[in-house]
Write a new protein. Structure first.
Length: 162
């Protein structure tokens, strides 16, 4: 009986040495797209991709808008413009990266992170296409909902007979 238990422990030790447990440390394009859509403006997109300095800088820029506007409206507008441009730039880069099915992470100066599973690039592409189609639908729907194009003009309506 002792021989069997020693043999079993020896086999399990060999197995554990041969088959190391690998954790998936890669990033998800879908999660990055969701972060970019909802809280990317606060720098969490950069933090998720392990660009912590840039992420905190973006968050600080957002917070400084509320500090500067009461003190100097001109400085507040400048900081607001910089923050809006940075947010728009990141949004376009992340969606463009997913649409291009790129193997690389969106920001070339921050190459610490890698994508996770193999199917992640395809899933990110499909999700990005859905986001773009949603934006197109919103662009088309807003003018229609504001009264453009679908309502008949009064002079085109038939006049009632007396």
């Amino acid at each position: 009986m002792k021989k069997s238990s020693r043999h079993h422990s020896h086999v399990s030790q060999q197995f554990s040495r041969q088959m190391p447990i690998q954790k998936d440390k890669g990033k998800s394009k879908i999660i990055l797209l969701l972060i970019e859509m909802f809280v990317g403006c606060f720098g969490f997109d950069r933090m998720y991709m392990e660009c912590y300095i840039e992420g905190f800088a973006k968050l600080f820029l957002f917070i400084s808008i509320f500090i500067l506007f009461p003190l100097s409206p001109i400085a507040g507008v400048v900081v607001l413009s910089a923050w809006l441009l940075w947010t728009l730039f990141d949004y376009v880069v992340v969606i463009g990266n997913a649409l291009a099915r790129s193997q690389h992470t969106p920001w070339t100066f921050c190459r610490k992170s890698q994508w996770g599973r193999n199917g992640e690039i395809q899933n990110g592409f499909i999700f990005a296409v859905c986001i773009v189609l949603f934006h197109i639908a919103c662009i088309v729907a807003v003018p229609i909902s504001l009264g453009g194009g679908t309502k008949a003009k009064p002079e085109m309506l038939p006049t009632p007979s007396p």
